[in-house]
Design a protein around this ligand. Sequence first.
Ligand code: PLP
Ligand code: COI
Length: 359
Amino acid sequence: MTDTMDIKITKTKHSRLNETDFSNLPFGKHFTDHMFVADYVDGAWKNFEIVPYGEIGLSPAISALHYGQAFFEGLKAYKHADGKVTVFRPDKNAARFNKSAERLCMPELPEEIFIQSIAALVDVERDWIPTAPNHSLYIRPFMFASDPFLGVAASTTYKYIVLTCPVGPYFSKTLRVKIENQYTRAAEGGFGYAKAAGNYGGAMLPAKKAVDEGFDQLIWTDAKEHKYVEEMGAANVMFVLDGKLITPSLDLQTILDGVTRNTVITLAKDWGYPVEERRVSVAEIVEGAKNGKLTDAFGAGTAATIAPVGSISYEGEEYFLSDPKTREFSQKVLNTLDAIRYGRAEDPHGWNYVVQSAE
Ligand code: PLP
Ligand code: COI
């Protein structure tokens, strides 16, 4: 399908498309008919294939299962009214994929392979892309270590797989969030900036406790003092405080360099809106919520999209923010982003990667 990549395509004989209820698409539950698979063997990526989605045979001794050499990406494909299919900023995900790979002592996957594997799979699955508002095809590329070896050492073989799922909105309501001041997601020198599987496993207990307390999500704080805000569940967190967009900076390498975060910052700068990427203290957020200067707060992520925060709790006190529908900044971001992604507006930054049809 490209000059450089030969992908063997084996199509399923039994499509599940007509059995899938597109009016009810919980995140990550429904998989399309096919997946992309490749192997890293003898120092090179090979065996590029699109095969029917299904189980894969693996040794129970693979080091991904024991030592967590595994990471993933998340991006989305959209179908425009004219039928054109685009993937949003796959080059950014390719770059982050390789940052994660490097930190976990795993092999680089050339950007060309990352993008072409996704384009080829999305092309095969075009009929699976939902067209309802806020719906899209979620793309999950991931890599894991596949040596059957219990020694603690980097694997010599790996698998790269891409799955796709038709999805609706990840969050269906305004979020009640809690600022976490006990548990830590990532520390300086760690691997918080990588989309490592282990970062998500370690977040599950604190997240469950927050849910048990009646919250939808938690906002992580720094590992040293729990005084500075980091990110929100599986999304970056952004605020409008005193007329400025503020968000934690990437400097300490404890948070993910989110594609949505970068996109929101770029749009804000395009609009001449003041932007501050810096350390954001819990104290200023709580103070802003109290005195009304915190006019917007939202999670920003591929799955989460722009997820409005309705209230923030800290040390047992709950602070309520304005009705999300009345919030100027996040509403404008959401509308602009949607218009670009679904092809209703210009795409001045070239964020939409067009998936060519092989037929
Ligand atoms: N932070 C974490 C921990 C995430 O899992 C995600 C989701 O991918 C994000 C931030 C947002 O990143 P992106 O906008 O690239 O999806
Ligand atoms: C994404 O937005 O792609 C994520 O990674 C969130 C996911 C863990 C549900």
